[in-house]
Design a protein around this ligand. Structure first.
Ligand code: NAD
Length: 362
């Protein structure tokens, strides 16, 4: 199969972690007889340095021409980087918002996995973390409260602010379909999170999700109120498979879910549109404090590449091979500095990539 992948190395540790992910993808291509065609795209600070803007039309066109985008991370240290003396619409982060909008990426996926080898980093009690967990938060990314009309007015000397939460049934249906499709590839359970005891938008959400569920008889659907979900994530995270939710609830719950894993360098993410196209990137930032030292953890980016294989290319076997290699390396005690613990072997970013490459098709 031919895989057209656009790569945004970005800033800070971005080039180092994307280099390692490409090594892993190349090994997958070699073992499973695929051909990868990469296109390199500048974005963020790297694009500002060359073009004066964080994202060019040509960069968007190159991303659109690919089947998927693999990204490192963009941005610098705002206290020292000249990029942050520019107006907000010309700063590195504007490039990321711009590409998400241009590519209509409405579904954000963030897996939160607790590997038994890293359970020491989990802030929960051992009786809870001991069970491990492997969940995926599916968040609607382009609607709801963050995109509704907003205003601040003054009435009779009192300041008043209004934000509007709007969803139409089509916006809900398309993300629900993505959620159920993905649950079919996992443990076949969807927990739809809303606030249907109070909000009309949540009542519509619940009824459209129920309509969609009828097309997936092999997937179990449960509804959970958002306040209960926030509690359940720390009480019994093992109960979750796919959590399907709207924009603001997902924003908060996905950060909570990542915190309970305790390891930022391990967390992958993907943003998808209504085709198979997606942008895959680690959940963390560009870590300018450790850039260029070859000590960054490349695993979040490598696991994002595995998500790309699974969700954009339907290459489940290949994605499994990458995820198994990561588990094996952790089991054998290899750790980058951020996840290092006593008795383990500390390795560089490059070495971690090499180890994973060795483990694929060995
Ligand atoms: P960050 O995630 O870059 O770093 C937070 C801490 O985690 C730092 O100590 C860093 O060294 C460490 N860390 C992060 N990733 C790591 C990895 N793979 N291996 C080892 N350690 C790792 O967050 P920040 O410092 O708040 O932001 C830095 C820059 O990244 C900012 O410019 C911010 O805007 C940008 N950012 C970009 C994205 C993105 O591109 N999607 C997301 C978040 C932040």
């Amino acid at each position: 199969m031919e895989l057209k992948i656009a790569c945004i190395a970005g800033d800070g540790i971005g080039p180092e972690i994307v280099r390692e992910a490409r090594k892993v993808l190349d090994k997958i291509a070699e073992c499973y007889d695929h051909e990868i065609k990469y296109t390199d795209i500048l974005m963020g600070g790297a694009s500002i340095d060359v073009h004066g803007v964080p994202l060019t039309k040509e960069a968007v066109a190159a991303a659109e021409a690919a089947d998927a985008v693999l990204m490192g991370s963009i941005g610098g240290d705002a206290s020292v980087s000249p990029w942050y003396k520019l107006p907000p619409n010309l700063r590195p982060e504007a490039g990321l918002l711009g590409i998400r909008k241009a590519l209509n990426l409405f579904a954000n996926l963030r897996p939160a996995v607790l590997y038994s080898e890293l359970s020491g980093a989990c802030p929960l009690k051992t009786e809870i973390s001991g069970k491990g967990f492997d969940m995926l938060i599916m968040r609607e990314l382009t609607g709801g409260l963050y995109f509704g009309e907003r205003k601040t007015v003054e009435e009779n000397g009192i300041r008043k602010a209004v934000d509007t939460l709007v969803y139409d049934e089509n916006e809900i249906r398309r993300i629900a379909v993505k959620g159920f499709d993905i649950a079919k590839k996992r443990k076949k359970k969807v927990t739809s999170v809303d606030k249907a005891n109070v909000l009309d938008s949540s009542r519509l959400w619940r009824s459209v999700v129920e309509e969609v569920a009828k097309g997936y008889p092999d997937v179990t659907l449960e509804h959970m109120l958002v306040d209960n979900c926030a509690m359940q994530l720390v009480k019994d995270p093992a109960q979750f498979d796919v959590i399907l939710t709207e924009n603001m609830f997902g924003d908060i719950l996905s950060d909570e879910a990542s915190m309970v894993t305790g390891s930022i360098g391990m967390l992958a993410s993907a943003s998808l549109n209504d085709t198979k196209f997606g942008l895959y990137e680690p959940s963390h930032g560009s870590a300018p404090d450790i850039a260029g030292k070859d000590i960054a953890n490349p695993i979040a980016t490598i696991l994002s590449a595995a998500m790309m294989l699974r969700y954009s290319f339907d290459l489940d076997k290949e994605a499994d091979a990458v995820e198994t290699a990561v588990k094996e390396a952790l089991k054998e005690g290899y750790r980058t500095a951020d996840i290092m613990s006593e008795g383990c072997r500390k390795v560089s970013c490059t070495k971690m990539g090499d180890l994973l490459v060795e483990k694929i098709c060995k």
